[in-house]
Ligand binder design. Structure first.
Ligand SMILES: NC(=O)c1ccc[n+]([C@@H]2O[C@H](COP(=O)([O-])OP(=O)(O)OC[C@H]3O[C@@H](n4cnc5c(N)ncnc54)[C@H](OP(=O)(O)O)[C@@H]3O)[C@@H](O)[C@H]2O)c1
Length: 201
């Protein structure tokens, strides 16, 4: 576990650095995905409305400036995010991507080459990469981080255009996730994580 003391004045999310969306809108790279503050099954009001509000407030206090939200999380849409560029300026692309699912690697490479923000949804594989006794536990112990922090630190290290938006309904997880901005991987640790099998991609 990292032992970083989290205060509202240190704003630890800022340790992840800044990305300029569209070239002129600066955001702190480690963001927050707000889908998890809805009700069960991502439907309706949250079970604990006060905690949901605290989660959002805490994100901002911790320095998060990129909060992802949408009025629906429907089925996949066409993400042929080069053709679209001909008809409208594209600032960011949002695709499913995490250590265990790298099927969108070519899209990420494209974003990196074009300087577009790449927002990976399911950044911790809906919690699978954060779970105890999961695939990241032993390396997390070496790095003195939690498995979820390791998954987020890998994303931040993978490309400077990646803007992770881990989702949570709990303040404790919000604090843990934001502290990932201060987890720095050595080259060897990054390579070892990159070599883990990816189910897709
Ligand atoms: N564009 C799209 O099509 C699309 C689709 C899906 C999602 N999204 C966006 O992407 C965001 C992220 O996706 P997501 O929230 O589905 O998946 P995620 O960030 O990969 O994982 C969230 C899940 O992991 C758990 N979790 C979070 N932090 C944890 C920690 N430190 N330790 C253990 N468990 C932890 C959460 O449970 P707790 O609540 O208990 O923390 C939640 O169940 C969404 O919130 C949404 O804004 C976009």
């Amino acid at each position: 576990m990292t032992t970083t003391t989290i205060t509202t004045t240190t704003r630890p999310a800022r340790d992840s650095g800044t990305f300029h969306i569209g070239g002129d809108l600066p955001v702190v790279r480690l963001g927050y995905g707000a889908m998890r503050i809805t009700g069960p099954g991502i439907w309706g009001e949250p079970l604990d409305r006060d905690e949901a509000i605290r989660v959002l407030r805490r994100a901002v206090e911790l320095g998060v400036t990129l909060i992802d939200t949408a009025d629906s999380y429907g089925p996949y849409v066409s993400e042929e995010f080069r053709t679209a560029q001909r008809s409208a300026p594209i600032a960011t692309v949002q695709n499913r991507y995490n250590l265990g699912d790298r099927a969108s690697e070519p899209v990420l490479e494209f974003c990196q080459a074009e300087g577009l923000g790449f927002i990976p949804w399911f950044p911790i594989a809906t919690g699978e990469l954060a779970r105890p006794r999961g695939p990241l536990e032993s390396m997390a112990r070496q790095v003195r981080a939690t498995p979820g922090q390791l998954a987020l630190a890998w994303l931040l290290r993978r490309s400077r255009v990646i803007l992770p938006i881990p989702g949570t309904s709990s303040v404790a997880h919000q604090e843990e996730n934001v502290a990932a901005a201060g987890v720095h991987l050595t080259d060897a640790q990054f390579e070892a994580l990159s070599a883990l099998p990816s189910a897709r991609g």
